[in-house]
Write a protein that binds this ligand. Sequence first.
Ligand SMILES: Nc1ncnc2c1ncn2[C@@H]1O[C@H](COP(=O)(O)OP(=O)(O)O)[C@@H](O)[C@H]1O
Ligand SMILES: [Mg+2]
Length: 297
Amino acid sequence: MLPSKDLEIYGIRKIRSGKVRDLFSWKNELWMVTSDRLSAFDYILPDEIPAKGIILNQIALGWFEKTSLICPNALLSEELPEGVELPEWEARLMRVLPCDPLPVEFIVRGYLVGGGWKQYVEKGIVGDYSIPKNLAYGSPLPEPLFTPTTKAREGHDQPLDEKTAKNILGDNYERLKTLALNLYLHGKNYALKKGLILLDTKFEFGIRDGKIYLIDELITPDSSRFWLSEEFERDKTACAHYDKQIVRDYLEKIGWNKQPPIPRLSQQIIKEMQQRYKEVLSRLFPERLKKVTALID
Ligand SMILES: Nc1ncnc2c1ncn2[C@@H]1O[C@H](COP(=O)(O)OP(=O)(O)O)[C@@H](O)[C@H]1O
Ligand SMILES: [Mg+2]
C-alpha cells in the first residue's frame, strides 16, 4: 500500500498481507490496515471496492467499543502515533496487541440462511444441532447456534464437531463458546435497534499471556450477514443482503467454477456493494460515517 522506505523512517515493518488486511509491526504493536480488497470463496478478487476498507474498519471499531465489557479486545488505538504522517491509512488503521490467533472461526448463526439453511434442507440439522421441522428460509433459530470451523491458512475452512473443537481449544472451549454466543446476542440486539437483522457472524479470538482477546474484525458485512429490518418484516424470504453474500450470489450467477481465472465484477455490483456496506455503517454507527464521509465520496 505504501513504499517501504516511507515506513522505515517511522520504524514500521511490513509483516504480511492477509486477504483483506495488511499487517505491520511497530514497537510492540501490530498494525492492521484494512484495504479495499475483496475475497470470495477463498480467492482475492481482481477488483477492489472503493473505500470498502474504511467502511469495514469503522464498523469493526464501533463494535469493539460497544463490546469491550463483554470481552476484552486487542484494540489499542485507531490513531497514528504523534509525528507519524501516513494520510493513506487514515480511517483504515487499527493498532492492536499482538496475540496468538486461535485456529478456529467462531461462527454463530441466529437465523436459517446460507450454509445453515442448506444443511437444514438436506439433513434437518445445522452443525451438530437438530432443528424443529418445517421452518421457512430466514426463520430465527430457537436459539443462536455455535458452529465453529477451522481457520485454514490455505484452502477451505472445515466444519468442526464439538469433540474436535474441544480438542483444539482445550480448557478454553466452554468460555470461548459462551463469549461468542454472548457477543452475537449483544450484536443482534444492538443491530435490531438500528434497523438491521444480524443473521450470523464470525469471531476470531487470540491468546496473550494466557488471556483471551477478541481480535481481527468484528461484526462487519465481510464477516456477517445482514438484512434490513423493514424488508424482513415485509417478507423474510425476499430480503436483499447487505453483506458479502451479494458478491457470492453474483459469482454463482455468472457460473464461475471457483477455480482461477477469477472473474472481474461488473461496475454495477461494485457500486451496489459500496452503497450497501455504507448503509450498514450509516445505520450502526452514523457518527463514525459522518467522520469519514469526505474520505468515502
Ligand atoms: N490482535 C491480533 N494478533 C495477531 N493476529 C491478528 C490480530 N488481529 C488479527 N490478526 C490476524 O491478522 C489477519 C487479518 O488479515 P485478514 O486480511 O483478515 O486475514 P485473513 O486472510 O486471514 O482473513 C488475520 O490472519 C488475523 O487472524
Ligand atoms: Mg479475515
